[in-house]
Design a protein around this ligand. Structure first.
Ligand code: AMP
Length: 170
C-alpha cells in the first residue's frame, strides 16, 4: 500500500524520529565540543566576575540603546529594543531589553509597576520568533544574578532558536 513499508506509514516514522530527537535532547550530553564548553566557561566567568550593579548604574546596553556602540538591531519600538547577541549560543540568539531600565537590573528586582514591561518583553520575544521563522520552537531565558549566570545588569530576555535545545540546561 502506498506510504506503508513494514506496516508503518512514513508519517508514523517521521513522528517517531522527531520524538527520538526530542527524547535524546533530554539526555545528558556527552558530545558537546570543546569550543562549546570553552564558550560556556567564559560566559560563567564573565557572570561571576560581574557584581550585581546599582539600579541606576549604566551598562553596555544603555550604549547599545543610544546607538553609541553598534549592534545588529532586529526590532525596536517605543519601549523595547532587540538585537543579536555578540556571542551567539544558537543560530538565532537575540537579546530583548526594555529601553528604560527603571530599576530592573534583573528579574529578581521586579516590582508590581513592572508588570507591563515584563509582559511586553515576552510578547516581543514571540513576535521576533515569528519574524525569525522559528516556527518549530524556540527558548526564552532570563539569567538572574551570579548563580543564574547574569553578566549584564539591565534585564534582558534571551531568545534562542534554530537548533534542537537540550534539557536540562547547563
Ligand atoms: P547575561 O549573561 O544573561 O547577562 O547575558 C548578557 C549577554 O549580553 C551575553 O550573552 C553577551 O554575549 C551579550 N553581550 C554583551 N555585550 C554585547 C554587545 N556589545 N552586543 C551584543 N551582545 C552583547
Amino acid at each position: 500500500m502506498k506510504g506503508l513499508k513494514n506496516g508503518m506509514s512514513s508519517v508514523s516514522r517521521r513522528n517517531i524520529t522527531q520524538r527520538l530527537v526530542v527524547f535524546a535532547s533530554h539526555l545528558p550530553s556527552s558530545s558537546s565540543s570543546s569550543s562549546d564548553s570553552t564558550s560556556m566557561a567564559s560566559e560563567k566567568q564573565a557572570a561571576l566576575a560581574t557584581a550585581p550593579s546599582d539600579a541606576d548604574a549604566p551598562t553596555i546596553f544603555d550604549k547599545i540603546i543610544n546607538k553609541e556602540i553598534p549592534s545588529n538591531v532586529v526590532y525596536e519600538d517605543d519601549k523595547v529594543f532587540a538585537f543579536r547577541d555578540i556571542n551567539p549560543q544558537a543560530p538565532t540568539h537575540i537579546l530583548i531589553i526594555p529601553k528604560v531600565k527603571d530599576g530592573l537590573t534583573g528579574l529578581s528586582k521586579a516590582e508590581k509597576r513592572h508588570f507591563e514591561i515584563l509582559g511586553r518583553l515576552l510578547y516581543t520575544a514571540k513576535l521576533i520568533a515569528k519574524q525569525e521563522g522559528l516556527d518549530d520552537g524556540f527558548r526564552v531565558v532570563i539569567n538572574d544574578g551570579p548563580k543564574g549566570c547574569q553578566s549584564v545588569y539591565h534585564i534582558h530576555v534571551h531568545l534562542l532558536g534554530g537548533r534542537q535545545m537540550n534539557w536540562p540546561p547547563g
